[in-house]
Design a protein around this ligand. Structure first.
Ligand code: PSU
Ligand code: MN
Length: 325
């Protein structure tokens, strides 16, 4: 009885001492898990609001949360809702984000505006990293991160995801970098930013999202979740304020459409340039066009690799939590 009482009390204390405030709300289940040092994985929401069409965006968001839970890990999807950063969403909140056509794409630079106006939006990798770090989460799973765009040496279109990785100590699990981007320059920029980049598994090639190989050598490899956790622990122990990028190659059975998707990407990148698409609209435009040009093949591959990333990321979060005990 006493044991039961004290665990209830502990839950109460952890839930009420969570660092929620007027601008920032951590979901009670996320709070409890963090207070009890149980594993938590952060998830982004631009993929829901701008990265995938309805209804696949909603089903994917829910499936990813289920995969994380099935691994014994608490999912914390991050978004801005009516001017408040939320870490961990209810099913109704996910539904709202997936259906809304007015939500903004929120990276670091957008946060002050969106919050000052009481607006809602999906957080990008950079926006999600900020919120996850503030909440005390160490592992974040997504599909693909932003990077240096092709022709970025002229346009200076370099995703804020890269500078965020340079300044926020979060481990981001992704399927590498999409070839809509300049992968070589992205890896160079990550090095400059001090981001430790490692491919998960034995492949020497850094993965290119839809393909297992980008043709660029991966700086490092981690062979399993324990090695990944060790890398994260060392980043923290050294007091580095920079992030870690873990690249998980797309599973074999979904990599076959790689070349066809690659051709569609080439066409979509050209189209974006001709149409004068700029800035924050570039990535969503290309994702949408590639999905149309491949008749949904890219979307199916995208969903499959996010599922896989969620599984791997959860295992890493678990290995990390075990290291902390
Ligand atoms: N890549 C994808 N799907 C996405 C994104 C990237 O395959 O949904 C989103 C992520 O939220 C990422 C953002 O952080 O796009 C990067 O946008 P930009 O290139 O404008 O920085
Ligand atoms: Mn950009």
């Amino acid at each position: 009885m006493l044991g039961k009482l004290s665990s209830t009390l502990q839950r109460y204390i952890s839930a009420t001492s969570c660092r929620s405030d007027v601008l920032f709300k951590i979901h009670p289940t996320v709070c409890e898990a963090l207070a009890e040092h149980r594993p938590v994985v952060a998830l982004e929401s631009t993929i829901i609001t701008h990265g995938m069409p309805y209804p696949q965006n909603l089903s994917t968001a829910k499936e990813v949360e289920e995969i994380v839970k099935a691994e014994g890990v608490i999912p914390a999807t991050v978004a801005v809702l009516e001017g408040k950063v939320h870490v961990g969403l209810s099913s109704d909140e996910l539904d709202f984000l997936a259906r809304s056509k007015t939500t903004l794409k929120v990276s670091r630079r957008d946060l002050p505006y969106v919050i000052s106006k009481g607006l809602s939006g999906g957080t990008t990798v950079s926006g999600t990293m900020i919120a996850a770090h503030k909440a005390g989460i160490s592992v974040f799973v997504t599909g693909g991160i932003g990077g240096v765009h092709r022709d970025g040496e002229n346009t200076l279109d370099v995703s804020a995801d890269l500078t965020e990785l340079g300044r926020t100590p979060i481990a981001v699990v992704s399927a590498g970098i999409k070839s809509i981007l300049d992968i070589g320059r992205t890896l160079e920029f990550l090095e400059t930013q001090g981001v430790c980049v490692a491919t998960y598994g034995e492949s020497k090639s850094f993965p290119a999202f839809f393909s297992q190989k980008s043709g660029y050598t991966s700086p490092y490899n981690v062979l399993n979740s324990e090695e990944a956790a060790e890398l994260i622990v060392c980043t923290h122990s050294l007091g580095l304020q920079s992030g870690v990028l873990l690249a998980v190659p797309i599973p074999d059975e979904h990599a076959s459409a790689g070349q066809q998707i690659e051709d569609a990407i080439q066409a979509a990148v050209k189209e974006a340039r001709l149409k004068g698409i700029r800035g924050r609209d570039v990535t969503p435009f290309i994702l949408h066009r590639v999905n149309k040009l491949t008749e949904g093949q890219s979307l199916r591959a995208n969903i499959a690799l996010i599922h896989n990333n969620a599984l791997v990321g959860s295992q890493i979060a678990r290995a990390l939590a075990e290291r902390m005990h």
